[in-house]
Design a protein around this ligand. Structure first.
Ligand code: ADP
Length: 160
């Protein structure tokens, strides 16, 4: 069975990677879809985000990375995928995720959302937190996959 993991991944963090790795053990193929979140203005282009996810998931055999558009459930339907993966960090995530999952359920009852709980060491971590630290050239080694740290820091340096 395949699963779709949609998100902004702006940029991908170690928290996202952990979810992808765990989903890869549960499903034959995990399709990571870089989506546009109308509530968030993206910092990085979809191409850059895709490139960074590709680099940091190179060790996984059953991952595919795509750029998606429109409603996630329409994308899932087009790809013939019936499972959506989402990560839950704290109670704050739960309310938003519940709303999304319930809406998706109303729109298409054949698609299930599966929630994976964040590992404790990543439960504070978000792309925004990583970007804030990176903007001061701080230590993002616990936040951003090793393969892309230098590039991310370069993007935030004064002379990129
Ligand atoms: P979106 O804009 O769709 O919320 P994100 O890239 O912020 O996209 O997150 C994608 C998914 O990954 C969401 O389900 C989010 O809760 C989850 N996620 C984000 N950060 C982490 C983390 N540190 N640990 C586990 N899951 C996370």
């Amino acid at each position: 069975m395949k699963a779709l993991y949609p998100g902004s991944f702006d940029p991908i963090t170690k928290g996202h990677i952990d979810i992808i790795e765990r989903a890869c053990k549960m499903y034959e193929e995990v399709v990571v879809a870089i989506m546009t979140n109308p509530k968030k203005q993206a910092t990085f282009s979809q191409e850059k985000r895709k490139e960074w996810i590709e680099k940091s998931t190179a060790h996984l055999k059953n991952v595919k990375i795509i750029v998606g558009s429109g409603l996630t459930i329409d994308l899932a339907k087009r790809l013939n995928i019936h499972v959506l993966i989402r990560g839950i960090r704290a109670v704050a995530d739960y309310e938003y995720e519940l709303q999304q999952a319930t809406t998706n359920m109303m729109l298409n009852h054949e698609i299930e959302t599966v929630f994976l709980v964040a590992k404790p060491e990543f439960s504070f971590l978000s792309s925004s937190v990583a970007k804030e630290v990176a903007s001061y050239q701080g230590d993002i080694r616990n936040m951003i996959p090793e393969e892309i740290i230098d590039e991310v820091l370069l993007k935030f340096s004064k002379n990129p």
